[in-house]
Design a protein around this ligand. Structure first.
Ligand SMILES: [Mg+2]
Length: 190
């Protein structure tokens, strides 16, 4: 049974967002290495602006092993996130903090999703966060595992049903895009 989101009305909830494939388009077999590579998913800026009125805290958690591979620097990534945050703020939205893990996939990093390091880091910075009142939104099973390890509600962004059907215990809800998720939570919240 799907966990209920009725309690969202309390405005005490935290939203964890994956970046690539949720907020911005995921480049095929490539990395976003500079601000110009960062292309918004349709309606993402407006969605985040609406979600800012619903969630107490909004956190981005993103794996960026392009850093570990030497394809981009931490400064490049900061510039990309600066652009992202500026445009969100200009639209009246808010992201409270962006956490990234630049470690390579094969390093067994505690901070690379599906490991929970970035979630615990956020909880340390924002002690009011309760994972029992948190939603993880991402476009891969790695994101769903990260959310479930922390006992969050999980939302898969996917315009195909197959993955969600294959992993029913990992995926609580599925929407084709962040816009669809936003419409759904707005309808509960109002
Ligand atoms: Mg992603």
């Amino acid at each position: 049974m799907k966990p209920s989101l009725d309690d969202l009305k309390n405005k005490e909830w935290t939203l964890f967002l994956d970046r690539d494939g949720v907020i911005n388009k995921r480049p095929l077999n490539a990395y976003v290495t500079k601000p110009d590579d960062f292309v918004w998913e349709d309606g993402a800026v407006n969605s985040i602006s609406r979600l800012s009125g619903i969630f107490k805290t909004i956190i981005v958690v993103t794996n960026q092993q392009g850093i570990g591979k030497g394809i981009m620097s931490q400064k490049d990534l900061n510039n990309i996130h600066l652009k992202m945050l500026n445009e969100i703020e200009s639209a009246g939205g808010r992201i409270d903090k962006v956490y990234f893990c630049g470690d390579l996939d094969n390093r067994g990093s505690f901070f690379r999703k599906p490991a929970i390091g970035m979630g615990l880091w956020a909880k340390k910075d924002f002690p009011h966060i309760s994972f029992r009142k948190a939603i993880m939104v991402g476009d891969t099973i790695t994101d769903m595992l990260f959310g479930k390890h922390l006992k969050m509600i999980t939302v898969l962004i996917d315009n195909q049903p197959f993955l969600a059907r294959k992993y029913p215990k990992l995926v609580d809800y599925r929407f084709p895009d962040l816009k669809g998720f936003t419409q759904f939570v707005s309808s509960i919240h109002n």
